[in-house]
Write a protein that binds this ligand. Structure first.
Ligand code: PA5
Length: 430
């Protein structure tokens, strides 16, 4: 099956000749640092071999739990934030479609502190049978903890303590934390966030796999896609290696004064893949005063708004465009006898074809306007391609971060707002 493609031909011209060769030694050294575990943050490299070395017993339990959720529940509430949320959300929205039998509806909570959002969810689930998957590595993150307190009470009122316990699934640290303690005391089934995998690299662990499986997706195919991409990226020489090339070009453009990378999609189902990517690269690299700012745009929608700035604004941007070859959907524009809208020139064309032409036209315009374009090609909207895509970005990010000279596996900056918030709310010790 086809893996992730990467094309630099619309970006090369913005760099001096041989730039990619000049940075080769640094990128390969970064790759070695990653694979040998000799760099900063090497305690968090569990994701590197995960597609091959995952816990098969837990994987089977995940599938069993997903089948039970599908049997028990119209809705699975997935509670989590950041790395304990975005991967599952990306996968569920990438894979779900009108013609795909949705096993159980997935509703996400705990990723904000909005009273309106919580009340809206409570209203949506009023008459629905429910299960819950609460996901938090630390077990103490405020947003998901608040959401779980509310949902736990609702579940216990509706199903009784024991009934609720049989519908609540916890994904957390294997031994520590408030959530682990609660799960043990209340008898909830537990899944593990591995010690050596940080939140933003955790989508292929139980963190992502249980919600993804419960949505009806094939998690065997997802892991197979990731494993195939991994094998390819580990073996393929620099010049043809999509992840090493991506890391090289990101660093080259950063060193040439670019400040922002836009990840653009032309399909609404890619929106949360972009959100996941934004966290992966921003939280990995935004430190020591460094890092490209990660932004994302949904085209063609945003071509009618932010497109103006991309075309004509400050030239500090690079754009990485994700193309999907086979979306699994098709619809043609029909001929119309009146042709009031003057669209008969499109008659007989499929929307996929028209979208492709929009992509080509946009790329040409942005390149002409001074925005280097990198292209990531995704063969198909299916689990295999998505697994490959997740791994491609994770591997590229690890190599990219070490090439940049930072620790891609910590996130010291995310604590600052929490301290202030706790102080303002009067939490003891703050
Ligand atoms: O990537 C990260 O480390 C963060 O985004 C965390 O995943 C996020 O803050 C949630 O943390 P936790 O899983 O401990 O609730």
């Amino acid at each position: 099956m086809k893996l992730i493609g990467f094309d630099t031909k619309y970006a090369k011209g913005f760099l001096k000749e041989h730039a990619a060769e000049e940075i080769k030694a640094r990128v390969l050294a970064a790759k070695d640092t990653l694979l040998s575990g000799s760099g900063k943050g090497s305690d968090f490299l569990g994701w590197v071999d995960l597609p091959e070395k995952y816990d098969k017993e837990e994987f089977a339990r995940i599938k069993k739990a997903a089948a039970k959720i599908n049997q028990d529940s119209e809705v699975l509430i997935v509670i989590g934030i950041g790395g304990s949320y975005l991967g599952a959300r990306a996968a569920v929205s990438f894979l779900e479609s009108y013609d795909r039998k949705r096993a159980t509806e997935i509703i996400f909570m705990g990723n904000n502190i909005s009273a309106l959002y919580v009340n809206t969810v409570l209203d949506q689930i009023r008459d629905k049978s429910l299960s819950v998957n609460v996901i938090s590595k630390s077990g103490t993150t405020t947003e998901p903890a608040i959401a779980f307190r509310i949902i736990k009470k609702l579940m216990e009122e509706r199903y009784g303590k024991e009934g609720a316990a049989s519908r609540i699934y916890v994904t957390t640290d294997k031994a520590r934390g408030a959530l682990k303690k609660m799960a043990e005391q209340e008898g909830y089934e537990c899944f593990v966030v591995p010690d050596d995998i940080g939140g933003r690299y955790s989508v292929l662990s139980a963190v992502g796999l249980l919600p993804i499986a419960a949505s009806g997706a094939d998690i065997d195919a997802l892991m197979l896609g990731a494993a195939s991409e991994r094998a390819y990226l580990l073996e393929t020489p620099y010049e043809d290696n999509p992840a090493l090339q991506y890391a090289a070009y990101r660093n080259l453009f950063y060193e040439n004064g670019k400040k922002v990378e836009i990840l653009a999609d032309f399909e609404p189902f890619m929106h949360y893949v972009c959100e996941w990517w934004k966290q992966l690269f921003a939280e990995s690299e935004g430190k020591d005063g460094k890092g490209l700012f990660t932004a994302s745009l949904d085209f063609t929608t945003d071509l009618h708004s932010v497109g103006q700035l991309v075309q004509d604004g400050e030239r500090n941007l690079i754009e990485t465009v994700m193309e999907v070859d086979d979306t699994g959907a098709a619809i043609q524009v029909e001929s119309d006898a009146d042709n009031y809208d003057q669209l008969n020139y499109l008659a007989g064309m499929d929307l996929n074809y028209i979208n492709k032409k929009a992509q080509e036209g946009t790329r040409q315009a942005h390149v002409d306007g001074g925005v280097p374009n990198l292209v990531v090609n995704i063969p198909k909207r299916d689990e295999f391609s998505l697994g490959a895509l997740f791994y491609f970005f994770e591997f590229a990010c690890g190599v990219d971060g070490y090439t940049l000279g930072i620790n891609p596996f910590d996130q010291p900056g995310v604590e600052a707002y929490k301290k202030n918030m706790f102080h303002l709310l009067g939490k003891e010790g703050y």
